[in-house]
Design a protein. Structure first.
Length: 125
């Protein structure tokens, strides 16, 4: 059995702590609902999960899905918004990077160390 909330909370903590966002929330908002002063903004949307077992009697391995949404605003017509967005994407990627030693993220969501967090960029489901 997994405790989904602690896993999603740990993922959110990693993402939200990656950079300085004017707005950050686990409740998704549409970019048109944000004022320029509320940006850069970070939101997370939970997308469900998938359970699998590798063999009869083996523990269930859960894969949970979440999307991060990052919004930026530039009122400068000569500044490409990507110059604001790219450092934020890099910060999120660095925050979610696995340990170079173990190859996995361990946000400490389980006292026994059994919960591991593995994040992949992009859509592969």
């Amino acid at each position: 059995m997994i405790i989904r909330e602690s896993i999603y909370a740990a993922l959110w903590a990693l993402g939200a702590g990656a950079a300085r966002f004017a707005s950050a929330n686990r409740r998704l908002r549409h970019w048109t609902d944000l004022a320029p002063t509320e940006q850069p903004a970070l939101f997370m949307s939970e997308k469900g999960g998938h359970a699998a077992t590798k063999a009869l009697g083996a523990p269930i391995v859960w894969t949970l899905y979440a999307d991060f949404y990052i919004y930026v605003h530039s009122s400068d017509p000569y500044l490409a918004p990507a110059t604001l967005l790219n450092p934020l994407l890099d910060a999120i990627e660095a925050a979610l990077a696995p340990s170079p030693v173990t190859g996995v993220q361990n946000p400490g969501t389980a006292g026994d160390g059994a919960t591991r967090l593995h994040c992949r960029e992009g859509r592969d489901r």
